[in-house]
Ligand binder design. Structure first.
Ligand SMILES: Nc1ncnc2c1ncn2[C@@H]1O[C@H](COP(=O)(O)OP(=O)(O)O)[C@@H](O)[C@H]1O
Ligand SMILES: [Mg+2]
Length: 443
């Protein structure tokens, strides 16, 4: 009786909604809400089916993965013997009611006394398979409680194009997509320096290219150091204020950049402000973004004295830029395959200054650990799971949390076209180009 009434009312509401669509749809659009962009199929079919499957299989999955506990002791005395056994009725932790989100769902799990989140983190993959979902993420915002975030499908598959969203503030860039389908935004004002790691052909240079494309229309100076002969960043040459293509040139360029920030420091001191962002807009020097592709080329030496000296100079100068640059409008984006102490003593200190971290597919656990371990230990395992055919997919940390993301693919032609289109915005920095020429000559 009650059910027939509910079905009847729901049908009536649906028919009324369809008939009056031309009235409420423009009103919703005016309010900035486009209901057609919602994944209706997920809301109507996918979510209920997944929620039922989760509840149906919860006890069994918990039992198999040792996530259940027994309320009774597993030891007993039989005659003169103490025997140990398996409890007959283990209790699974309580699974809350799932809450639907546009790309998945969120559910709370209350831990039984004596349980820790560790086994649940380890069982994420088993849960993914049991629930037939793309990803299960377990976080522990409060003691005794887990939040399980389920992503239904992989939004990082296929083409990744940054969505047409409102314009971003200065130095912010949308470089791709994050796992839940939102835009992947990197903001140099919020996090001034970044480290990008990954094996060869994992997508580092593509991410840098996408970043450059998004920064190119903004009033910023882009400076490149690409010691692989400028093959990657050279595509953007018309939009770069300076480009160093070998280590000797890089030494000259980094030296000139240090001079530049010392000048900026003098300006700030004279104006009694603590950073260039406190200066009036008309007097503020242009922000400089320094992109370094393949950092190892700067640090490794062939044993000769010249090469050792150059490597040491690069290390000192880069560290200075990282330490002083943030408040003076100088930002570093450093990409490399490895950033371990094997490159030299200065590299660990530099890494500590690069607070934004992005790890693509890595060849060894040490690289993932170096890139993400100090900020988000959970993310290390996730970075190691990125497969070879997931080029461009990366793990990044935001405020101690990690997320998977994928940069948009920028082809060579697109890169060249973008640089040419925005070439007129390139701030001229003659001191930098002169220093590069000087460095090249000295080599
Ligand atoms: N976001 C992406 N989407 C799709 N393919 C990508 C993406 N990023 C990289 N690739 C592919 O991977 C290849 C290698 O990427 P690249 O950026 O040159 O790697 P790396 O600099 O780490 O060696 C590219 O030629 C491209 O085909
Ligand atoms: Mg590369």
């Amino acid at each position: 009786m009650v059910w027939s009434l509910v079905v009847w009312l729901a049908s009536a509401a649906l028919i009324l909604g369809v008939l009056t669509q031309r009235f409420w749809e423009p009103w919703l659009l005016k309010k900035g809400f486009n209901w057609r962009s919602l994944p209706v199929r997920w809301y109507l079919v996918g979510f209920p089916a997944t929620a039922i499957r989760m509840r149906w299989r919860w006890k069994q999955v918990c039992l198999i993965n040792d996530l259940s506990i027994s309320r009774k002791p597993t030891r007993a005395v039989v005659g003169d013997l103490a025997v140990r056994g398996t409890a007959l009725k283990p209790v699974a932790p309580r699974l809350g009611l799932p809450r639907v989100t546009p790309k998945g769902l969120v559910v709370r799990v209350r831990l039984n006394p004596g349980q820790t989140p560790g086994p649940f983190l380890a069982a994420s993959e088993a849960l993914e398979h049991a629930w037939r979902v793309h990803r299960v993420r377990v976080t522990t915002p409060r003691r005794g409680e887990l939040i399980v975030t389920v992503t239904a499908g992989d939004s990082l598959r296929g083409k990744t194009e940054a969505a047409p969203l409102p314009p971003l503030p200065l130095l912010a860039a949308r470089v791709g997509k994050i796992e839940d389908g939102g835009a992947w935004e990197l903001n140099l004002r919020r996090i001034p320096h970044w480290l990008v790691v990954g094996a060869t052909r994992s997508g580092k240079s593509t991410l840098l290219a996408s970043w450059v494309c998004r920064l190119a229309p903004q009033p910023v100076a882009l400076v490149g150091i690409d010691c692989k002969g400028g093959m990657e960043l050279g595509l953007f040459e018309p939009r770069l204020s300076a480009l160093a293509c070998n280590r000797a040139e890089a030494v000259g360029l980094l030296g000139a950049l240090v001079t530049e920030i010392e000048n900026r420091m003098a300006i700030c001191r004279a104006e009694h402000v603590r950073s260039v962002w406190e200066l009036p807009e008309t007097e503020r020097p242009v922000p400089v973004v320094v992109l370094v592709d393949e950092i190892a080329e700067l640090y490794l030496s062939d044993g000769s004295r010249v090469s050792r000296d150059e490597a040491a100079q690069c290390s000192t100068l880069l560290l200075r830029l990282a330490q002083l640059g943030a408040g003076l409008g100088l930002h570093l984006i450093v990409a490399g395959q490895r950033v371990g102490s094997d490159l030299g003593p200065g590299v660990t200190a530099l890494r500590a200054q690069l607070s934004g971290r992005i790890a693509h597919r890595v060849n060894d656990s040490a690289t993932a650990e170096m890139a993400l371990g100090d900020l988000s230990p959970d993310a290390v395992a996730v970075a190691q799971l990125i497969s070879e055919n997931e080029q461009g997919v990366a793990v990044t940390t935001v405020g101690g949390r990690w997320m998977r993301a994928r940069s948009e693919l920028v082809t060579t032609d697109q890169a060249r076209a973008h640089a040419a289109e925005h070439a007129s915005r390139t701030p001229s920095m003659p001191a930098l180009t002169a220093a590069i020429a000087e460095g090249g000559k000295a080599a």
